[in-house]
Design a protein around this ligand. Structure first.
Ligand SMILES: [Zn+2]
Ligand SMILES: [Zn+2]
Length: 287
């Protein structure tokens, strides 16, 4: 009989100020059974904010790991989770906004450190400028999913101590903040941005919940050699053969599962079952 999973019913700290436990706790309670607690008094914003008052010190996966370590220190629990998101234009189609969500998990007892990430165009990330709240803003407000999703309003050309209004979610508040920020701005415009903090952005909250399921399934899987939790995909191998001439292409031919603790690796065919690449991507058929 298998030994019980080490995370069944085990506590883990979640370093967040933005209600991310609503997205993360149910998923990780299902698999692998972690019980999340949010230690009070953690200032994750000191590792950077979306609105730029504090620059992020490191790449997002490193920032997420740093946040998780804050959670371990603040809680005294040897394992913790943290989430980090970053948003911007699609690298090949600048008019499509993309989101990258990262979850970091650290277990100092078992010596495990895992980051799981998800890239998606399910985001309302956008910004615009306006002199006042009128019908011209309707298209932007609809795309931003206001007022279910909050906005950030600030002067378009800020002076040093210009105010930043976060969490704006009523039309009255929006009209007032646009008017005051436009008044303060040298060009007479207010800048409106989607508020990307999870607690103000239900779309982002859903994306974090999907990623939490992925991480949960990965943590539930144990290494066949050392039994550590967190066995899952760590790399891919190119070389998927062309459907016409069998020449290896840049496309993924195999996925590699790896252990979060020991060097064990296992190479297997692609999980989507594809065995051949479209000749359009073949260096021989379509050089
Ligand atoms: Zn070919
Ligand atoms: Zn292992």
């Amino acid at each position: 009989m298998n030994a019980p999973h080490p995370y069944a019913g085990a506590p883990a700290a979640l370093a967040t100020q933005h209600r991310k436990e609503e997205a993360l706790a149910p998923a990780l309670a299902d698999a692998p059974g972690l019980r999340l607690t949010v230690p009070p008094g953690i200032d994750t914003d000191r590792l950077g904010t979306f609105t730029g008052e504090i620059e992020r010190p490191a790449p997002p996966s490193q920032t997420a790991l740093l946040k998780a370590r804050l959670g371990i220190r603040a809680s005294g629990i040897p394992r913790a989770l943290a989430s980090e998101g970053t948003f911007g234009p699609h690298p090949h189609a600048a008019f499509i906004p993309m989101g990258l969500e990262i979850l970091a998990f650290v277990d100092d007892d078992l010596g495990i450190q895992i980051t799981q990430q998800r890239v998606s165009d399910h985001t309302n990330f956008a910004h615009t400028t306006a002199a006042r709240l009128d019908d011209d803003l309707d298209t932007f407000l609809k795309a931003a999913r206001f007022p279910d999703h909050s906005l950030v309003v600030r002067p378009s050309t800020p002076d040093g101590d210009a105010p930043i209004h976060k969490g704006v979610r009523t039309r009255e508040d929006l009209a007032a903040t646009i008017a005051s920020c436009a008044h303060r701005s040298a060009d007479g415009l207010a800048r409106l941005e989607t508020d990307m903090r999870a607690g103000h952005n239900p779309t982002r909250m859903r994306e974090i919940a999907v990623l939490a399921r992925d991480l949960g399934h990965r943590l539930a899987r144990r290494c066949p050699v050392c039994q550590a939790p967190g066995f899952g995909t760590v790399a891919t191998e190119p070389g998927l053969p062309c459907a016409t001439c069998r020449t290896p292409t840049d496309h993924t031919a195999a996925e590699i599962d790896g252990c979060a603790r020991c060097p064990h690796r296992h190479t297997r065919p692609r999980s989507d079952g594809r065995t051949h690449a479209d000749p359009r991507y073949c260096p021989c058929c379509n050089p």
